[in-house]
Design a binder for this molecule. Structure first.
Ligand code: DAH
Length: 341
């Protein structure tokens, strides 16, 4: 029995020492130390031994059990430590690796122009106001004296949301005139820049979304002279001192009288060239005296108060300022384009 035991011990220790993973280790535990294990099987034969031999063999068997259990435990810890090390190795963070570079952005050229204009108007005491792009037809048209049946209300020109033509994407920033008059105390000096939408195909000069800047002044005793003086002052600051301007009669339903403002072509000095399409003048905005019907519709007495308003396209202004020849460049956000400003 002694040889049997020492042979078993040798074999078990060798196998345990060679084990590489927890599963093998566990099956070895069952194989040798389990209820039906080999050591247990040997112990079961103790009864056959003589009374002198039994305690000696019993002690030996216990020593072997203790040794195997010890080896098993050591090995178990060894395998766990190795697994942890492997895990740590596979998850190491190389802090010396170069990081992802954050590129510093810059202001879009069109917003450069917008900010410049805002500054000019803020300097004259105007307040910047913001309003909804999803607008009521009432505000976009009716309250601006643009009645049912007016061509600009056509479904072919305007993006409507509902069959009843009540909700739409605003086609102009002019509804901000009404919204401001309805909510702000008098007198009013406001500037309302923002996006507007029309059913236009995209090409070098058209887009279904573009930007306008609306401006309006309402106070006692405001006349066309205030309109001309203020807009002339603004133009001198945008296009440079000495820029020649003219006001042409025009028609807008929400202003009376109405006009368009031109600047003399800065390229050819009025002789006519490709920039001004041979005209010598470049149209920059629409304006006029706020229609008495619009004033009274907003609860303002036209006998007591008067005002002037203007609306201007922003893209065209930016294109002129930065010599951009295609409107699409403004919206494509190609970095090669944007990095130039
Ligand atoms: N809303 C007009 C348009 O989109 C522009 C305009 C003209 C605005 C005259 C005004 C104005 O405030 O007085 O064509």
């Amino acid at each position: 029995m002694k040889t049997l035991l020492s042979e078993l011990r040798q074999r078990a220790v060798a196998e345990l020492t060679a084990a590489q993973d927890a599963a093998t280790l566990d099956s070895l535990r069952v194989k040798y130390l389990g209820k039906k294990g080999e050591l247990t099987a040997v112990l079961k034969q103790m009864g056959k031994l003589s009374a002198e031999e039994r305690p000696i063999m019993g002690q030996l068997a216990n020593e072997i059990r203790a040794e195997l259990e010890g080896t098993l435990e050591t090995k178990k810890q060894e395998i766990a430590a190795k697994a942890l090390e492997l895990k740590l190795q596979s998850e190491t963070l190389d802090v010396t690796m170069p990081g992802k570079k954050q590129e510093l952005g810059r202001k879009h050229p069109m917003y450069n122009v917008l900010d410049q204009i805002k500054e000019i108007f803020i300097g004259m005491g105007f307040e910047i106001v913001d309003g909804p792009e999803i607008e009521l037809a009432d505000y976009n048209f009716t309250k601006l004296n643009i009645d049912e049946g007016h061509p600009s209300r056509e479904w072919t020109d305007t993006f409507y949301f509902t069959e009843d033509s009540k909700y739409l994407l605003r086609t102009q920033t002019s509804p901000m005139q009404v919204r401001t008059m309805e909510t702000h105390p008098l007198p009013i000096r406001m500037l309302a820049p923002g996006r507007v939408y029309r059913k236009d195909e995209v090409d070098a000069t058209h887009s279904p979304m573009f930007h306008q800047i609306e401006g309006m002044v309402i106070d006692k005793g405001i006349t066309m002279a205030d309109l001309k003086a203020t807009l002339n002052l603004v133009v001198q600051q945008i296009y440079g001192e000495g820029t020649v301007t003219r006001f042409r009669p025009h028609h807008f339903p929400f202003t009376e009288p109405s006009c368009e403002m031109d600047i003399q072509c800065h390229k050819c000095g009025g002789k006519g060239c490709p920039t001004c399409k041979g005209e010598g003048w470049i149209e920059i905005l629409g304006a006029g005296m706020v229609h008495p019907k619009v004033l009274s519709g907003c609860g303002i007495d036209p006998d007591e108060y008067s005002g002037w308003a203007f609306g201007m396209g922003l893209e065209r202004l930016a294109m002129g300022e930065y010599k951009i020849n295609d409107l699409r460049l403004i919206f494509e956000n190609d970095e090669r384009f944007l990095k130039q400003f």
